[in-house]
Design a binder for this molecule. Structure first.
Ligand code: F0G
Length: 363
């Protein structure tokens, strides 16, 4: 190891990598956990199942956002939101969350020495997310309501008390999350033909589109992708064109009935000539299993929704991927939600610790 490589991180984190492209204070000292730089993994075995009719020329890749420091894409936006909050003198931050935003806010707040308050729907967040928020030292408040009601509550709190809101209604979150698009273009040399992702509160689709547009305007990308959004069938307000009062889905991360960035998501879908579709819980879980068993990539159920949406629209003849390059954002790590694996009728066996018993089992 040379002296300089020992001192400089191989990857400096989202802000240091892209600071001039991000509309946050340019003289702010980044609060970072060296987030970003996640792998864009080619998945040829999954591609064959997603598009069974196509032979050969279909380049499918997953951007594995579960490898961020707190296990989801939220860290890209939290580094910028917390950096700006500190710059502006905040002492405390708050968010409503289906779990991942909470864990990310808690970690970055801890790193910055800020108090963090997270509001989560009681009993409706995955255990790994709750554990993260608690471990990082946040004040975790369960509410007897859903995410949408939680978001209304924290908006009111941020208006009335000196506490900074770090949900994706905070524009600095969007600024950081644009970095996902930058990384994809930096690696591929241009935008993919399609980019697919799950849509909940619609911050991420807003951010990706802003990132692609910025790179395109600067001439760094020659083209812009078509966007493919996926919502869970029981929580699909944008697909249905109406607020869903009591959203339900196994993909608890996207159990959202009234997305805060609905308008921006609709604009991104229109400008990109994109599509949005609703996928059933069964189809999400089937796709989620395929991603793990065919490619060794363990994601949380919501993260599989984007791939499931792609699969569905190909099967319906709505999307043609022959000769195309497609990127799916898999947004959170599978270890966030271990219970879903155990609930999914995946069986284990118990044997005595002998060679004979094992040999008999293996056949
Ligand atoms: N995937 C995962 C794993 C998520 O946690 C979320 C959102 C999404 C997709 C959807 O992204 O909201 O920007 O459209 N989770 C938020 C949270 C709501 O509180 O963690 P979005």
């Amino acid at each position: 190891m040379t002296e300089s490589s020992a001192k400089t991180p191989a990857w400096p984190g989202v802000i240091r990598q892209y600071h001039p492209l991000l509309e946050i204070a340019q003289d702010a000292e980044p609060v970072s956990l060296l987030e970003g730089n996640t792998p864009l993994i080619p998945v040829p075995r999954l591609a064959k199942v997603v598009a069974p009719e196509i032979d050969g020329d279909f380049d499918l890749r997953l951007k594995y956002e579960g490898l961020n420091p707190t296990g989801s894409f939220k860290d890209r936006g939290m580094t910028t939101a917390i950096t700006q909050a500190v710059y502006e003198g905040a002492q405390a931050v708050i968010c409503a969350s289906t779990g991942n935003t909470a864990a990310s806010a808690a970690a970055y707040a801890a790193r910055a020495g800020l108090r963090c308050i997270v509001i989560v729907p009681e009993g409706k967040i995955a255990k790994g997310k709750l554990a993260g928020s608690l471990a990082y030292g946040a004040d975790v408040i369960n509410i007897t309501g859903n995410f949408d009601e939680g978001l209304d509550l924290v908006r009111e709190v941020a208006k009335k008390l000196p506490i900074t809101l770090v949900n994706s209604v905070n524009q600095y979150r969007i600024e950081g999350q644009k970095s996902g698009a930058f990384e994809i273009v930096d690696e591929l040399g241009d935008s993919p033909d399609w980019m697919c992702l799950p849509v909940g509160n619609a911050g991420n689709i807003t951010a990706y589109w802003a990132g692609y547009k910025q790179y395109h305007e600067k001439g760094i990308a020659k083209s812009r992708p078509r966007l493919l959004g996926a919502q869970a069938a029981g929580s699909a307000p944008i697909v249905r064109g109406e607020i869903v009062k009591n959203p339900e889905t196994v993909a608890t991360a996207i159990r959202i009935g009234n997305p805060a960035r609905w308008h921006e998501a609709a604009a991104a879908l229109e400008e990109s000539d994109g599509k949005i579709t609703a996928v059933t819980d069964d189809f999400i879980l089937e796709t989620w299993r395929m991603i793990a068993t065919l490619e060794g990539i363990f994601v949380e159920p919501a993260s599989a929704a984007g791939v499931a949406g792609l699969r569905q629209l190909i099967a319906q003849g709505e999307v043609d991927v022959q000769g195309k390059q497609v990127v799916c954002i898999v947004t959170g790590h599978g270890l966030k939600d271990p219970e879903i694996v155990l609930k999914s009728a995946i069986e284990t066996v118990t044997l005595p610790p002998t060679f004979e018993a094992l040999e008999r089992f293996l056949g």
